[in-house]
Design a protein around this ligand. Structure first.
Ligand SMILES: NC(=O)c1ccc[n+]([C@@H]2O[C@H](COP(=O)([O-])OP(=O)(O)OC[C@H]3O[C@@H](n4cnc5c(N)ncnc54)[C@H](OP(=O)(O)O)[C@@H]3O)[C@@H](O)[C@H]2O)c1
Length: 323
């Protein structure tokens, strides 16, 4: 990518997309195109195709999608599969029609089988049953990977799929009905602190192990991937495997450990109260990031450091955060 290459960031106001936009600007890219959801509904195929024909970007970061935590995924199953398939289908095919040379589509670590060996290698895709609570979302994301791979094989495109682990950072969603575990805990501990509550109820046993990546680190990895040259790309793009790269920090933490860390960062004195009647989800989820490390990228924000930055952002946005 040249510094004046036209780059479209889809979903630029979301957690992942806003981090990619910040990273591109910081790296000196000056010709960035964005559209809000209200300006361009990515589910509308006609609108998306005419947008691509008009703008003709050279590079696309696909960070738009219907995203949520376990409750939202399990409740809005139809919306999760329909909206994610439609968005990907329109953006990937629209990109191809407009001659986009580089596309990086964001997926998620939940595309991998529920019980696959840990840490999770890219090659474990489609080797076993998925976690039932987010199966519609995972299948939509798998369809996106298959699309990129198929376009690469049939049309010779160079479309990549980055699979980030759980993200957190500036611009996260703190609505308790739809948020992921980390932002939900930030909000719960903050509210418990200001209301002087004595306990904070938390779903599950606290034993599941999860990996968390600061969104700016994820964005750095995505821009790094988009900047790879033909030789470097050949290790990811070949006919024998999907064009997948795991993006994580390579270490996991128990939910209990995470909750204790957030409690400390927030400065909350309440006790944790674990609700064992609620589901834990997959016992352990950690990505094998050796493919990305071998290309030369490594995450740099530690969890305590990232949590302090995320809490500062939560406080700075105050009532304006998307609840
Ligand atoms: N959050 C995570 O932990 C995580 C982890 C791994 C991978 N990812 C991936 O990153 C991508 C983005 O996730 P996120 O966490 O950044 O989600 P997010 O904060 O909810 O942002 C989603 C973005 O998509 C846009 N969007 C949704 N539906 C749209 C539509 N029909 N037309 C146009 N824009 C639409 C939203 O626009 P509005 O704000 O205007 O509605 C928003 O900008 C997802 O595809 C997900 O697979 C996220």
């Amino acid at each position: 990518m040249r510094s004046d290459s036209k780059i479209y960031v889809a979903g630029h106001r979301g957690l992942a997309g806003s981090a990619i936009l910040r990273r591109l600007r910081a790296a000196g890219y000056t010709n960035i195109v964005t559209r809000t959801h209200a300006e361009l509904d990515l589910i509308d195929q006609t609108a998306v195709h005419s947008f691509f024909e008009r703008e003709r970007p050279e590079c696309v970061f696909l960070a738009a999608g219907k995203v949520g935590g376990i409750l939202a995924n399990n409740t809005y199953r139809a919306q999760f599969i329909y909206e994610n398939i439609a968005i990907q289908s329109n953006v990937i095919h629209g990109s191809f029609r407009a001659g986009v040379s580089k596309l990086l589509s964001l997926g998620s670590s939940c595309i991998y089988p529920r019980a696959c060996p840990q840490p999770i290698k890219e090659e474990y895709l489609l080797t076993g049953p998925l976690e039932p609570t987010n199966r519609p979302y995972a299948i939509a994301k798998i369809a996106g990977i298959e699309m990129c791979w198929s376009y690469n094989r049939q049309y010779g495109t160079k479309y990549l799929c980055a699979m980030p682990t759980n993200l957190y950072g500036p611009g996260d969603t703190y609505d308790l009905q739809s948020s992921h575990v980390l932002p939900a805990l930030i909000r719960k501990f903050h509210e418990a602190k200001v209301r002087h509550e004595v306990t904070v109820p938390i779903w599950g046993t606290g034993s599941p192990l999860r990996e968390f990546l600061y969104s700016d680190d994820m964005a750095e990895a995505c821009v790094f991937l988009a900047q790879l040259d033909r030789d470097q790309l050949s290790t990811i793009l070949n006919d024998s495997q999907p064009p997948l790269v795991n993006v994580g920090c390579g270490e996991d933490h128990s939910i209990r450990e995470l909750a204790e860390l957030i409690k400390e960062v927030v400065g909350c004195k309440a006790q944790l109260s674990w609700d064992h009647s609620k589901p834990d989800g997959t016992p352990k989820k950690q990505l094998d990031v050796s493919k990305l490390s071998s290309l030369g990228w490594k995450a740099r924000t530690s969890l305590p450091q990232g949590l302090r930055l995320a809490y500062e952002d939560f406080l700075a946005r105050g009532a304006a955060f998307r609840a």
